[in-house]
Design a protein around this ligand. Structure first.
Ligand code: AMP
Ligand code: MG
Length: 422
């Protein structure tokens, strides 16, 4: 279970901007502390628990950066071509035992240890080899060139990867290059997920009149999987006090965070609020945003443990947008990750958008290459909060900030690419 910090969450239903809501969440979250070892081959996406310190110099020896001839660069002092006698060949992984004397050179392969007496490599394409003699024209190489120095990538004792790093392919390669077989990572964050609503049916069931299929559990479960957390799917829960209490109690016993959609939003049945008030310190916010105005967040406690609740609105588009706006970053922080700023795009909007200042709007958009090579974005046609197809057609969210007013065609707007949202 995560340790719950003090809650600055206010009572009532305060109106908050998106930035204020994000900040209020960020302030109270404390990352889980449990750690475990993981094999490099299973490390992708895991959160590094402590700085990874290099036990060796990288590279471990001075070595050649080129296929060519190694020699003592002091011989380059004179002008005119230099003629050297080649006394052998040295390959990567098999250091040369002898010493190379002045006026001698050694054929050397990329990565081979620099032989004693040599500090310079002339690439083979820049010299002329004739039997045992190698001629280097004046000016093609300077003393010390084409040699990689011991420890130049990373010195022994240096920090190779910082704690909180969400491990990427190159990180795992670097860890392997330092000889690590396993890494110490935070255990996976456990997130319980369920949908609420009497009208919901699971895909595969028959639909009675007035019922709809539960789609949020599938889109949100997938979004969670992309974050690398462990998803505990608690299914569909009816709008019923006993069922809700049992599910929340199980969720807080098993998970660090609970993600729900529908039912707990502002204006829903009072028993939900009463239940959440009994179990914790949940704030019901009216966030100045569209879609996704209702959003509840706070700590919950049950007989078996405690967890953070993220209660998303039920509308399918609003559920995903609020997930990206609030839950994604918060869950990464809980998982112990150093949350990097989202890489966003500035694109020219191909159509005007009416907007008044005082709320943040997330429109679904299609980002394309413009004729001039820059990026342009075109909002998808239908922007209703329940229209999931608008998300499917889109490849990005057009984010119109709190203070922003209407956008004219050709204006630059901020865009969050779905592929950047993990
Ligand atoms: P609520 O937030 O419960 O008032 O729901 C708002 C709208 O979203 C209603 O039309 C619900 O039927 C719909 N909705 C709620 N939960 C889901 C879900 N899991 N999948 C699809 N639609 C949902
Ligand atoms: Mg509902």
């Amino acid at each position: 279970m995560s340790e719950l910090g003090p809650s600055p969450l206010t009572a009532g239903d305060p109106q908050l901007s998106v930035a204020q809501a994000r900040e209020a969440i960020r302030q109270v979250l404390r990352p889980i502390t449990d750690i475990e070892p993981v094999a490099l081959t299973h490390g992708l996406g895991r959160v590094l628990a402590a700085d990874l310190v290099s036990p060796i110099d990288v590279p471990a020896h001075d070595n050649s950066a080129m296929d060519g001839y190694a020699f003592d660069g002091a011989a380059l002092a004179g002008d005119g071509p230099l003629q050297l006698q080649s006394v052998g060949t040295v390959y990567a992984g098999a250091p040369f035992a002898g010493r190379v004397l002045p006026r001698q050179c050694l054929r050397i392969m990329t990565g081979a240890v620099m032989p004693a007496g040599c500090d310079t490599v002339v690439p083979q394409e820049l010299c002329l080899a004739d039997g045992a003699w190698v001629t280097i024209a004046a000016g093609v190489v300077r003393a010390g060139e084409n040699r990689r120095r011991r420890g130049e990538d990373l010195a022994r004792g240096g920090v190779a990867l910082v704690a909180g790093r969400v491990l990427r392919p190159a990180d795992l390669g670097l860890a392997a290059s330092l000889g690590f077989e396993t890494l110490t990572v935070r255990r996976r964050l456990r997130v319980a997920l369920f949908s609420t609503g009497n009208e919901l049916r699971a895909p595969g069931q028959s639909l009675e009149p007035g019922c709809i299929y539960d789609s949020n559990r599938y889109s949100l479960s997938a979004a969670l999987q992309r974050l690398g957390v462990e998803v505990i799917d608690l299914g569909l829960v009816r709008d019923d006090p006993a069922a809700l209490r049992a599910t929340f109690e199980r969720a807080v016993a098993e998970a660090d965070a609970v993600l729900t959609s529908g039912g707990v939003s502002v204006g829903e049945a009072d028993y939900t609020r009463q239940l959440l008030a009994e179990m914790g310190d949940v704030a019901f916010w009216k966030v100045a945003m569209r879609p996704g105005r209702p959003f509840a967040f706070g700590p919950l406690r049950g007989p078996g443990g405690s967890a953070w609740l993220f209660a998303l609105p039920g509308n399918p588009v609003a559920a995903l947008v609020t997930f990206y706006a609030f839950a994604r970053e918060a869950l990464l922080a809980l998982a112990g990750a150093r949350v990097e700023p989202l890489v966003t795009l500035s694109a020219r909007c191909s159509t005007p958008i009416r907007k008044r200042p005082g709320r943040t709007e997330f429109q679904r958009g299609i980002v394309e290459r413009a004729a001039d090579g820059g990026w342009q974005v075109r909002p998808t046609g239908s922007q209703g909060a329940g229209i999931l197809r608008s998300l499917v057609e889109a490849n990005a969210l057009v984010v119109l900030g709190h203070e922003q007013s209407s956008v004219a065609a050709g204006d630059a707007v901020e865009v969050w690419l779905f592929d950047a949202l993990n």
